[in-house]
Write a protein that binds this ligand. Structure first.
Ligand code: PLP
Length: 418
């Protein structure tokens, strides 16, 4: 089925066939990690995997077809964030966009003025930003990591204090991937601009894209990272908004594609899919997200009311949190044990960032927000998408009630539950 209308009562055909394959009812609540591809997106991509295989740089009809398709996708991606098509660079992922933005900008600015070797970021960024900053530190940069409060909001006073004549770049995420907190980027940009017009401002908008209205001009940022697979588009494609006039150095050498910033033959079908996913969202962003928010609210209410000492984390003001992410702490249990149990019931969830889980490290985001270790270990992120239904949410509340109680019964951590 398609995402026409609100998209709330429907399942993508890809999702349906997966459910048929596995034979059990699957409920997917890990949409912040990745999403199912929309049918309309897949259909638009298919010709570029079969008949339209030309290299977009080639000077023949098949090449022109691919080139034309990329142009259309660039227009669609730019329009969802209020940019000009010429300001979009296609990348291989949101991670790559973060790398080009942060390292590319920092190295560019230091090359032109060796004194400018300071970068400011927040303590709750995604690993793509954190590791890029670490890389800069290993290469002679100084990085300030701004603290956040219990809701995950960046300390504005500390931002003011951290800016110096040496500051080249500020990178603060638009919305957090674990908790869903939305930063007041427009205000943070204003704070930076008041101190200096020369400092570049980057925001990682990977989680915000498609969930809230984004206008890069209104926000005033110079650089913005985007990713396709979080918005029901294909994996392996991302985008970097590079404001006209802003400069970064290239991290890849090669054929000079994407304004020499991302050499390598373009992932045409991926780019086409990303463009289509953006186009699908432009008209429906409010209806889809109002539906998701309504389900999120039912989920939160059910969990908080029905599970003893369950805590809903992050801002209570829904204006500063994404509509799709709900984060909880169940003291007295281990979040990974809970994930395994939920998976047995066919429910896909997460304790937080997929990267942190893979590296088996505790969440630096929750740490920075002041969570104690038992709160971090008992955490669960449920992230919704346009294909979830109210019936699924009711089912998940019931399953969680039972599994949390069962795990608390046998948990060595049970004395920390109250
Ligand atoms: N930034 C944020 C905030 C994210 O949540 C993610 C992915 O989870 C990324 C960057 C990386 O995006 P990608 O998976 O496209 O590399």
């Amino acid at each position: 089925m398609t995402l026409e209308g609100t998209g709330q009562e429907t399942t993508s055909s890809n999702e349906m066939s997966r459910q048929k394959d596995t034979g059990i009812r699957r409920i997917y609540l890990d949409n912040a990690a990745s999403t199912t591809i929309m049918d309309e997106v897949l259909n638009e991509m298919l010709p570029y995997l079969t008949t339209h295989y030309g290299n977009p740089s080639s000077l023949h009809a098949l090449g022109y077809e691919s080139n034309k398709a990329i142009k259309l996708a660039r227009k669609r991606v730019s329009s969802i964030i209020g940019a000009k098509p010429s300001e979009i660079i296609f990348t291989g992922s949101g991670t790559e966009a973060d790398n080009i933005a942060i390292k590319g900008a920092a190295y560019y600015l230091r090359k032109h003025n060796p004194y400018r070797n300071h970068v400011i970021t927040s303590a709750i960024e995604h690993d793509a930003v954190m590791e890029s900053c670490l890389d800069l530190e290993n290469n002679g940069f100084e990085v300030s990591y701004l603290p956040v409060n219990r809701d995950g909001l960046v300390d504005k006073g500390k931002l003011v204090e951290s800016i110096s004549e040496k500051t080249a770049l500020v990178s603060i995420m638009l919305a957090n991937n674990e908790i869903g907190t939305i930063q007041p980027i427009q205000e943070l940009v204003r704070i930076v601009r008041e101190r200096s017009e020369d400092i570049l401002f980057h925001t990682d908008a990977v989680q915000g894209l498609g969930k809230i209205h984004i206008n890069c001009k209104k926000l005033g940022v110079d650089l913005m990272s985007l990713s396709s697979h979080k918005i029901n588009g294909p994996k392996g494609v991302g985008g970097l908004y590079l404001r006209e006039g802003s400069k970064v150095i290239s991290l890849t050498s090669g054929g000079g594609q994407e304004k020499d910033l991302r050499s390598g033959t373009e992932n045409v079908h991926g780019i086409v899919g990303f463009g289509k996913a953006c186009e699908m969202l432009i008209q429906r962003i409010d209806s889809i997200n109002n539906g998701i928010r309504r389900l999120r609210d039912i989920l939160v209410k059910g969990i908080v009311n029905e599970i003893p000492s369950a805590r809903y984390n992050g801002p209570s003001d829904s204006g500063i949190r994404l509509p799709n992410i709900a984060h909880f702490t169940f003291l007295g249990i281990n979040g990974e044990d809970l994930l395994i149990k939920l998976d047995e019931y066919g429910i896909a969830a997460s304790t937080g960032s997929a990267c942190s889980v893979r590296k088996q490290k505790e969440s630096h985001v929750l740490r920075a927000m002041g969570f104690a270790l038992p709160e971090i270990s008992g955490s669960l992120r449920l992230s919704l998408g346009p294909y979830n239904t109210e019936d699924e949410i009711d089912h998940v509340i019931g399953i969680l009630k039972v599994t949390v109680a069962e795990l608390r019964e046998v948990s060595p951590l049970r004395n920390t539950s109250h």
